[in-house]
Design a protein around this ligand. Structure first.
Ligand code: PMV
Length: 316
C-alpha cells in the first residue's frame, strides 16, 4: 500500500488583543471545533501536487492558489530533501470558511508542516513546526504576529505576545462561545495595513490602546481560569470598543454585536482582523443554544464551540 500520513489542526478565535498583538501587546486566542485536515500520499509517478475538492495545482509552480500550503511544503522539502521517487499528493480538506477570521491559513500551515515532516520521517518538534508554519502565514498575511499559528499548534486557550511567546492556559471549567460568521470575507493583510496607518496618525493614543490590550488580555486569562464569565464578557465588550476605534469594525459586525447584547449575551466582539469575518459571543451558559437559534436566523453560518479543543494531531 502507498504510504499516507494525515494531520489536522484547528481554527481559532481571538478573545482579546487582535491587531494590538502585531504591535507588541498580549492577546488571548483559543482553538475551535473546526479543523483543517492535510493528507500526504506517495505518487509513483507524476508531478507533486496540491489538491482540494475539485481543484488541483502543481506544488512547484505558484498559480496563486494554495499559497500557505505550497510555501510550507516547499520550506519542508528545502530543509529535508526531495521526495525520492515520483512525487507527493498533498490533499487539503477544511471545515473553516476562508476569510472568516477563524485562522484557516494558520490551520492549513500547521497541518501541512506536521504531516509532511512526519511523512519524511522527521520527528516534528513544536518549535520547528512553528517556524515553518510562519512562512505560510507570512505568505498570506504579510506581517503576522504568530498567534494564529500557536493556537492551531498548541490548541486550548493560549496567552501570546511576540516577545514572550505562547503559554497554554489550563481552565478549571471549560467555556462555550458562539461564533457568528458575517458572510463577508476579507484579507487580513489589508486590515493590518489599515491599522498601521491609524497607528501613524495617532502614535501616542495607539500606544495606550496597545497597553490596554495587554491589561485586558491578562485580566481575561484570570477571569477564564476562575470561570468568571461576567467579567470575561465585560472585557470582551471593552476590547470591541478599541477595535471599533482603530477602524476594523463595520455596520454588519456592529449589528451582530448589538444583536448578541440585546439577547442578553455577556460579551461580544470581532474576532480576528475584522472588516468582515466573524464575531465571537460569550453567551450566558444556560442560554447558548437559544442564542445560537436566534442569531442563526439571520447569520446561518454560526456555531457554538467549546473551549478547550485539541491542537495539531496526527490522524489515521
Ligand atoms: O487573520 P485573522 O483574521 O485570523 O486575524 C489575525 C489576527 C491579527 O491580529 C489581525 C493578525 C495577527 O497576525 O496577529
Amino acid at each position: 500500500m502507498n504510504k499516507k500520513i494525515s494531520a489536522s489542526a484547528p481554527g481559532k478565535i481571538i478573545i482579546t488583543g487582535e491587531h494590538f498583538v502585531v504591535h507588541g501587546s498580549y492577546a488571548v486566542a483559543a482553538a475551535i471545533n473546526k479543523r483543517v485536515r492535510v493528507s500526504i500520499s506517495e505518487m509513483k509517478n507524476g508531478e507533486s501536487c496540491i489538491v482540494s475538492q475539485n481543484s488541483r495545482s502543481s506544488l512547484k509552480n505558484d498559480d496563486g492558489r494554495f499559497q500557505a500550503a505550497r510555501k510550507v511544503a516547499q520550506e519542508v522539502l528545502e530543509r529535508y530533501g526531495k521526495i525520492r521517487e515520483g512525487g507527493i499528493e498533498l490533499e487539503i480538506s477544511s471545515d473553516i470558511p476562508p476569510g472568516s477570521g477563524l485562522g484557516s491559513s494558520a490551520a492549513v500551515s500547521v497541518a501541512t508542516a506536521g504531516a509532511l515532516l512526519k511523512f519524511l520521517g522527521v520527528d516534528p518538534r513544536n518549535e520547528e513546526i512553528y517556524e515553518i508554519s510562519m512562512k505560510g502565514e507570512t505568505e498570506i498575511h504579510g506581517n503576522p504576529s504568530g498567534i494564529d499559528i500557536q493556537a492551531a499548534l498548541l490548541g486550548g486557550m493560549v496567552l501570546f505576545s511576540k516577545g514572550a511567546g505562547a503559554k497554554t492556559i489550563s481552565l478549571d471549567r471549560g467555556l462555550q462561545l458562539l461564533v457568528v460568521f458575517s458572510g463577508q470575507s476579507r484579507k487580513t493583510s489589508n486590515l493590518i495595513r489599515k491599522v498601521g496607518v491609524r497607528k501613524k496618525q495617532f502614535p501616542a493614543f495607539f500606544e495606550c490602546l496597545t497597553e490596554a490590550a495587554s491589561c485586558l488580555s491578562l485580566d481575561a486569562v484570570e477571569a477564564s481560569i476562575r470561570g468568571d464569565f461576567l467579567r470575561l464578557g465585560t472585557l470582551m465588550n471593552v476590547a470591541q470598543t478599541s477595535l471599533s476605534w482603530i477602524g476594523v469594525s463595520n455596520p454588519v459586525l456592529d449589528e451582530i454585536v448589538e444583536l448578541a447584547a440585546s439577547h442578553d449575551a455577556l460579551g461580544a466582539k470581532i474576532t480576528g482582523a475584522g472588516g468582515g469575518g466573524s464575531v465571537v459571543v460569550l453567551p450566558r451558559p444556560e442560554s447558548a443554544a437559544a442564542l445560537l437559534k436566534r442569531i442563526s436566523k439571520k447569520y446561518p453560518m454560526s456555531f457554538i464551540t467549546s473551549i478547550p479543543q485539541e491542537g495539531l494531531k496526527w490522524e489515521r
